[in-house]
Design a protein around this ligand. Structure first.
Ligand code: 5GP
Ligand code: MG
Length: 207
């Protein structure tokens, strides 16, 4: 991968960034490592889903794979991930509220938008940015299961081991990270930093 505006190429810092780059404390996972890992996850997911669909005729496969990204934190991840999935799939976005505003502690989730219907018999992959307390994914997973899908898998870019308060296993995990509040690559603080391309911590003064 080439350089990025983070490194100061394309004049990012000077021209426009405001205080965003200054607010970053330390980069935990670089753009390059994320990109590598996203490809690996996509490869594993493709293999698994190909196996699920192996017995089906081509016409029967149509519409069988549904990815459900959890808004808003997963958008950057899912945008990169799907371009490495050579499968005929559809996307159904769901909204779950947690971490409202400036909170940096997980406060459980509630559905902000309805779940897609017609998941019965489908192979579903729920995609989120991070598995922290597990409440978000447990909630979405439970609601998906009510529709009797053929399978449900959970995919997260990040996981904070030891933080789960509910039993929820992710099938695909990008990186385990320490229990620190992170931003970037889709993750926000108070709505900002989602466009920062690496996973990073925020300076204390920025919170
Ligand atoms: P859980 O329900 O597993 O506790 O939390 C999942 C949600 O909390 C994620 O989708 C994410 O929005 C938010 N979250 C958890 N940890 C972090 C973090 O370190 N940084 C940010 N920005 N969001 C987090
Ligand atoms: Mg979220």
């Amino acid at each position: 991968m080439g350089g990025s505006w983070v490194a100061g190429e394309s004049g990012g810092e000077g021209a426009y960034s405001g205080s965003m780059i200054r607010d970053i404390e330390k980069i935990l996972i670089s753009q390059e490592r994320i990109a590598e890992r996203v490809k690996e996850i996509a490869a594993a997911m493709s293999r698994d889903i190909a196996q699920d669909l192996a017995g089906l005729e081509e016409v029967e496969r149509e519409g069988q794979v549904v990815l459900i990204p959890v808004l808003t934190g997963s958008i950057v991840f899912v945008a990169d991930l799907i371009r490495w999935l050579p499968l005929k799939l559809s996307l159904e976005l769901v909204g779950v509220s947690s971490y409202p505003g400036k909170s940096v502690e997980s406060e459980g989730g509630s559905m902000r938008s309805g779940l897609p219907k017609n998941l019965t018999g489908k192979h579903v992959v729920v995609v989120d940015d991070i598995l922290d307390s597990g409440q978000t994914l447990a909630l979405v997973r439970g609601l998906v299961l009510e529709q009797r899908p053929a399978s449900v898998r959970l995919c997260v870019l990040l996981r904070k081991p030891g933080k789960a308060v509910v039993e929820v296993e992710a099938d695909y995990v990008g990186f385990d990270i320490p229990d620190e509040f992170v931003v970037g690559y889709g993750l926000d603080y108070n709505g900002f930093y989602r466009n920062y391309p690496e996973v990073a911590t925020l300076r204390q003064e920025a919170r």
